[in-house]
Ligand binder design. Sequence first.
Ligand code: FAD
Length: 124
Amino acid sequence: KGYVVKPLTKEELGRSTWTLLHTIAAQFPEKPTRQQKKDAKELMAILSRLYPCKDCADNFKEILKTYPVQAESHAQFSQWLCDAHNIVNRSLGKPQFPCQRVGARWGKLECLDGGCDLEGNMDF
Ligand code: FAD
């Protein structure tokens, strides 16, 4: 059986990407290592270049310039991402999400035996 390619819409791609990003933030450690802080910043910078919707990538690049990534702790990174998502929401005329409730909307991945935990990562 062959596959029929059904093009992904900008909206579907956006929802999937926000799901990934908010889940990464939900699991971001309370005390990130230097490497983890750097990775969070680099991930956003890379998205602003490689995100497969050019207009979105360009807009996100501008957001990063005016509102640089904050990833010194779990709380800081999840709030920063919620605020950044709200900036995108505003530009699209979508409602603002109440960021004090971001922890209720986005949680850690359901995973057995702490197999998804990042806390134990080594700092290289
Ligand atoms: P989404 O915005 O996809 O949100 C998904 C879910 O996240 C929501 O249903 C809600 O439960 C929750 N949520 C909403 N706001 C927040 C928040 N602030 N914090 C935490 N959770 C929240 N589209 C464009 O047309 N132009 C662009 O320039 C553009 N730039 C984008 C840049 C990036 C980096 C990304 C990831 C996406 C971008 N998109 C852009 C896509 C756009 O943001 C939406 O994903 C898309 O329009 C679908 O919107 P949605 O209403 O389904 O909810």
